[in-house]
Design a protein around this ligand. Structure first.
Ligand code: C2E
Ligand code: CA
Ligand code: CA
Length: 632
C-alpha cells in the first residue's frame, strides 16, 4: 500500500500543530503564514490519501468524483507552493509595494491555474494491482508548471533578498524548496513513488524547528516573550509602518528584607512580571533587567502606567518587600525612525537618564529627550573620531608658587581639535564622556599624553615639579586605574612625583573603597593628589580631612566671593587657617587681576592659577612661557 508515507506525514504534521498551538505565539506575519501552511499541508495530505483510495477503488466509484478529488489534491499542491512564497514575503516586507504586485500576480495565476486544472482532463493510472498509482494529463502538467515556477520564484526572491534575511531563514526556505523539486523529479521519473506531499511535510518540519518554534521567543522562567521576540516584533512593526506605544520597567531592584533568600526574591520578581503581563499580551523580558510592555495605542499605555505606579506603591510595598523599577514610556513609536534607533534609545535611557531622575518618578520620552540623546550621540561620535585621528590635545595652564616666586607646576586641560582647526572645550564633551564609559578611554589617553610630555621635556630643568591632571568620578571608581597609570608611568620612565591628580568631592559618591584603594596604590609610588573645586556647591570640610590629598584647590567662584564682601573674607581666612592646620597647600584658581594676586599672597595662598598669568596654552607655547618666565 503506498499511503503509508502519507500516513506518516499526517502523524508528523499533527505533532507539529500540537506543539505550535500549545504555546503562546508572537503572531508575527511569518507566524500567521506558517499556520496557513500547516493547515494547507494537512489538507493536501488528506486529499493525497483520499485520491489514492479513490483511484484504487475507481471501479466502484463514479469517475467524475475520482477526477474531482484528484484535481482538488493538485490544487492543494499549488496552494502550498503559493503559501511558500507568501511565507518568504512575510519576512521581507521592506519592499512592500513591489511585493504586493508579486503576491497579487501569484494569487491570480493560482486562481487561473486552479480553474484550468478543474476544466482540463485528468487520467489516473492504476497498475500492478494497486502498487503503482498516479495521475497524468493536462491538469497535472498545469500543476507541475505552476508549482515549479512558484518554487523558482521563491528561490530567486530569497537570493535577491539575501542581505535582509537571516542565514537561518535563507537556508531553511531554500532547503524546503529544494526538497520539493527533488521530490517532484523523483516522482516524475518513477511514478510509483508518491512523495511530493510528504516532501512538503518534511519541509514544513524543517521550518518549524529552524524558524517557527514558538519556544524560541519565550522566556521559559517568566512566561513572557524574550529579547529576540522583541527585536523581531519591532522590526515587523517598523517594516509595516505600524505605530505603537511602549512602557519599559527597568532595573527590577528588589529592596528586600535581609532575611529573604534568592528563592524569595525570584518569586517576587515572578509575581511582579506576572502582574505587568496582565496589561498586555505583548510583554517582553529584555536583557534580563527590563520588562517591556507594548501597546497598540497611547491610551492603554498611559492607563497601564498609572496602574503600575499605583500598584508599586501598594501591593509591592508591603512588609518591606517591594520592587521599584524605573519606568519610562515612549507613547509614539514613530518619533523614532527605525527599530535600531528604538533599541539604542532603550539602552541609552536605561543607562543614562534613569540615574539622573528621581527614582519615584518616570520619564516619558518625548521629541526633546530624543533630540538630547541624538546630540549626545553626536558628541560621543565626535570624541571617538578625535581619539582615532589623534585630535585630542592637552593644554597646560601654569601654576605660580608665591613662595618660590616662579611657576612650579601646571594643570593639564584637555581640548579636542576639530578638523577645521577650531577647538572644542572640555565642558562640551567631558560631562557626556562621563556618562558613558568613554571617559576611561579618554582619561587614559590624556594621562598618556601628559606622561609623554614629561618624558620628552626635562620639566625639572624648567623649574617644574609636577603636572596636575584632572580625574573624573568614573575614573576614580575604575578598579584598575592605579594599575594602568603605574604601567604608563613606567613605560615613559617618568618620576611618579611629577604627577598630581585632581579629584573632586563627588568622586567618593560612587565607590569610596575603590577610590581609596586607587589613591593609596598611587601614593605609594609617589603620586600626589589635589582636591579640586573646593568651595563650590556643597563642599564638606570633613571630606578634606578624610582624604589623603596634599593640595586643596579653591574654586574660582570662591576666590571671586572672597573679593565681594567682608563676610566671605572672614570665612575664607578661617578656611585657610583650617587647611593650613592640616598641613595642606592651597591653590587659588581663576585669578585674573594683579589686585587679586596681591591679596591672595597676603592671606597666605601657596599657589596661584589664572588668566592673570596665562590661559591654558598648547605644549609649545607653554614651554616658551615657562622658559621665559622661570629664568632667574
Ligand atoms: P577645572 O578643573 O576647574 O579647570 C579649571 C578651568 O578654569 C579650566 O577650564 C580653565 O581654563 C579655567 N580657568 C583657569 N583660569 C581661569 C581664569 O582666570 N578665569 C576663568 N574664567 N577661567 C579660568 P577648561 O579648560 O575649560 O576646563 C573646564 C573643566 O573641564 C575643568 O574644570 C575640568 O573639570 C574639566 N576638564 C578639563 N580637562 C580635563 C581632563 O583632562 N580630564 C577631566 N576628567 N576633566 C577635565
Ligand atoms: Ca581641575
Ligand atoms: Ca577647579
Amino acid at each position: 500500500m503506498n499511503i503509508n508515507i502519507q500516513a506518516c506525514g499526517i502523524i508528523i504534521i499533527t505533532v507539529i500543530i500540537y506543539f505550535n498551538c500549545s504555546q503562546t505565539r508572537l503572531k508575527l506575519k511569518t507566524n500567521n503564514a506558517y499556520i496557513a501552511i500547516l493547515i494547507n499541508t494537512t489538507v493536501c495530505l488528506m486529499l493525497d490519501i483520499l485520491s489514492i483510495v479513490c483511484i484504487k477503488n475507481s471501479s466502484l466509484i463514479d469517475g467524475f468524483l475520482v477526477s474531482i478529488i484528484c484535481k482538488l489534491y493538485l490544487i492543494s499542491l499549488m496552494s502550498e507552493a503559493y503559501w511558500g512564497i507568501l511565507y518568504t514575503y512575510a519576512d521581507i516586507t521592506r519592499k512592500y509595494n513591489k511585493i504586493d504586485t508579486i503576491t497579487n500576480i501569484s494569487i491570480i495565476t493560482l486562481i487561473i491555474s486552479s480553474i484550468a486544472t478543474m476544466i482540463l482532463p485528468i487520467d489516473w493510472v492504476y497498475i500492478n494491482n494497486g502498487s503503482v498509482v498516479y495521475t497524468e494529463g493536462l491538469a497535472c502538467n498545469i500543476t507541475y508548471a505552476y508549482c515549479l515556477s512558484t518554487i523558482i520564484l521563491n528561490i530567486v526572491t530569497c537570493i535577491k533578498n539575501r542581505k535582509i534575511m537571516t542565514n537561518k531563514r535563507f537556508y531553511s526556505i531554500i532547503m524546503w524548496m529544494m526538497l520539493w523539486i527533488i521530490a517532484a523529479l523523483i516522482q516524475l521519473f518513477n511514478s510509483s513513488i508518491l512523495i511530493v506531499s510528504f516532501a512538503s511535510v518534511v519541509g514544513v518540519m524543517i521550518i518549524y524547528f529552524q524558524l517557527e518554534n514558538p519556544e524560541k521567543y519565550r522566556e521559559s522562567n517568566f512566561k513572557c516573550f524574550n529579547q529576540q521576540a522583541f527585536i523581531a516584533y519591532i522590526n515587523q512593526m517598523y517594516k509595516d509602518n505600524i505605530k505603537f506605544s511602549l512602557l519599559v520597567a527597568y532595573d527590577l531592584n528588589l529592596y528586600a528584607r535581609a532575611d529573604m533568600g534568592q528563592e524569595d526574591i525570584r518569586n517576587i520578581r515572578k509575581k511582579y512580571l506576572k502582574f505587568l503581563s496582565t496589561f498586555t499580551r505583548l510583554t517582553f523580558l529584555y536583557e534580563h533587567d527590563k520588562v517591556i510592555l507594548v501597546f497598540d495605542n497611547d491610551q492603554s499605555c498611559e492607563m497601564a502606567l498609572d496602574a503600575i505606579i499605583l500598584a508599586s506603591k501598594k501591593e509591592f510595598k508591603g512588609d518591606g518587600e517591594f520592587l521599584k523599577p524605573f519606568l519610562y514610556t515612549i507613547y509614539d513609536s514613530t518619533l523614532l525612525k527605525s527599530s535600531d534607533t528604538m533599541l539604542n534609545t532603550i539602552n541609552y535611557t536605561s543607562m543614562n537618564l534613569v540615574q539622573y531622575e528621581d527614582r519615584h518618578d518616570y520619564i516619558n520620552i518625548t521629541e526633546n529627550t530624543l533630540k538630547m540623546i541624538e546630540d549626545e550621540n553626536k558628541i560621543i561620535g565626535m570624541i571617538h573620531r578625535a581619539i582615532k585621528d589623534d585630535r585630542v590635545e592637552v593644554f597646560y595652564q601654569p601654576i605660580y608658587s608665591t613662595k618660590h616666586h616662579k611657576f612650579i607646576s601646571a594643570e593639564a586641560l584637555v581640548r579636542i581639535r576639530e578638523t577645521n582647526g577650531n577647538l572644542i572645550y572640555p565642558n562640551v564633551f567631558i560631562p557626556i564622556a562621563e556618562k558613558s564609559n568613554l571617559i576611561i578611554k579618554l582619561g587614559h589617553l590624556i594621562f598618556v599624553k601628559v606622561c609623554k610630555f614629561i618624558s620628552e621635556n626635562n620639566i625639572k630643568n624648567m623649574g617644574l615639579q609636577y603636572i596636575e591632571i584632572n580625574l573624573s568620578v568614573a575614573q576614580c571608581s575604575y578598579h584598575s586605574l592605579s594599575h594602568d597609570f603605574i604601567k604608563v608611568m613606567n613605560r615613559y620612565n617618568i618620576d611618579s612625583k611629577c604627577i598630581n591628580l585632581e579629584i573632586t568631592e563627588s568622586a567618593s559618591y560612587s565607590s569610596k573603597v575603590t577610590l581609596l584603594n586607587n589613591m593609596n596604590k598611587l601614593i605609594q609610588k609617589g603620586v600626589t593628589f589635589s582636591l579640586d573645586d573646593f568651595g563650590t556647591g556643597n563642599s564638606n570640610f570633613n571630606y578634606v580631612m578624610d582624604m589623603p590629598v596634599k593640595i586643596v584647590k579653591f574654586d574660582k567662584e570662591m576666590v571671586e566671593e572672597y573679593f565681594s564682601n567682608d563676610k566671605s573674607n572672614f570665612i575664607m581666612s578661617n578656611i585657610i587657617k583650617m587647611v593650613k592646620g592640616l598641613n595642606l597647600e592651597i591653590v587659588a584658581e581663576g585669578v585674573e587681576t594683579e589686585q587679586q594676586l596681591n591679596s591672595l599672597i597676603d592671606i597666605g595662598i601657596d599657589f596661584i592659577q589664572g588668566y592673570y598669568f596665562s590661559r591654558p596654552v598648547n605644549r609649545q607655547k607653554f614651554i616658551e612661557f615657562i622658559l621665559l618666565n622661570n629664568k632667574r
